[in-house]
Design a protein. Structure first.
Length: 316
């Protein structure tokens, strides 16, 4: 680039940058677009792409913002890499593009210079892995979230809720490895510390683990405790009573099993759970009909003449 063109490049860019620095993003976006159209490979092209993307991001024009942030990430610009990874991971997560978001959250953790961004990166990884069904990996990342949250967040509801979410994720990771005692202990700790929906989910899984361990009376006790302590969370109560139906079948108490399932059918407002309870109830009824239906007997041939023979061995 000759000196005259370089001066024009510089002047064009600085006029656009001034709008950005003055927080006049609407004018800045147009000015940066003009600059990039005129100087797509100019000396300030990367700066312009980042600032334009940042303005679009602040205005929640996420689709327009993403290419600019991705250009910065690809160029590995040290000046803008961390904020670009933060924004790109957030946009991809909002768009439910879990694999892409996970990759950016991993990179963000690697370059994060601020503890807040480290925490954001770890939370993002935990949630993406959970959405991808990679439960064991999510649990391992969640183990990092808890101490980071203690360092970064002030004591209060936000920190408590995040630690409960991480604890629940850790418990699910243990459950996925069939470490039932460890999972039960972790679910119990979460249920004791959190009286919201996370605690309700943890309490349900306490009953579920006891069912897996064939400790059916203890599973029954946990279901009733869930109904008592987390009465506002109808979803988990309905799931628990479906589980209770299975518990009673294992205890050979069909009457109580049918009562538990009928309660879900009568009171749940979630069609999927109602259908699940009805299917289980239908299965019980079908098995009862099968047990009470007499087994057909094989036909026995009876000789009409009584089978008498004479002394000479001839049939009479």
């Amino acid at each position: 680039m000759d000196p005259g063109s370089q001066d024009l490049d510089n002047d064009y860019y600085l006029s656009a940058e001034k709008f950005y620095m003055d927080k006049n993003c609407e004018k800045a976006v147009g000015a940066f677009k003009d600059y990039l159209n005129k100087y797509p490979n100019g000396g300030y092209a990367l700066n312009a792409r980042y600032y334009q993307a940042d303005c679009d991001y602040q205005a929640q024009r996420f689709a327009e913002a993403l290419p600019g942030f991705e250009a910065v990430i690809t160029a590995k610009s040290a000046q803008f890499l961390e904020p670009s990874l933060f924004a790109s991971s957030d946009i991809l997560f909002r768009d439910k593009r879990w694999e892409g978001a996970l990759d950016r959250f991993v990179q963000l953790e690697q370059v994060a210079s601020m503890p807040q961004n480290t925490l954001v990166a770890q939370i993002g990884q935990m949630r993406c892995l959970r959405e991808l069904g990679r439960v064991e990996e999510a649990g391992k990342v969640a183990e990092k979230v808890v101490p980071t949250a203690d360092k970064v967040l002030p004591d209060g509801n936000q920190r408590a809720d995040l630690k409960a979410e991480a604890g629940l994720t850790i418990a699910h990771g243990l459950l996925s490895r069939n470490e039932l005692d460890g999972a039960f202990t972790k679910f119990k700790a979460v249920a004791a510390a959190n009286k919201g929906i996370i605690g309700a989910e943890a309490k349900y899984h306490m009953a579920y683990v006891r069912h897996l361990q064939k400790k059916y009376r203890e599973a029954e006790k946990e279901v009733f405790a869930l109904a008592k302590d987390f009465g506002a969370y109808k979803h988990w109560i309905s799931k628990a009573f479906i589980l209770l139906g299975d518990v009673y079948l294992q205890l050979d108490d069909r009457f109580q099993a049918k009562t538990a399932l009928q309660g879900v059918i009568d009171h749940s407002d979630e069609p999927e759970l109602v259908a699940e309870a009805r299917q289980r109830l239908d299965d019980i009824h079908a098995s009862e009909i099968q047990q009470t239906t007499p087994t057909p007997q094989e036909d026995t041939e009876i000789p009409i003449d009584g089978g008498h023979k004479t002394n000479d061995g001839k049939d009479q």
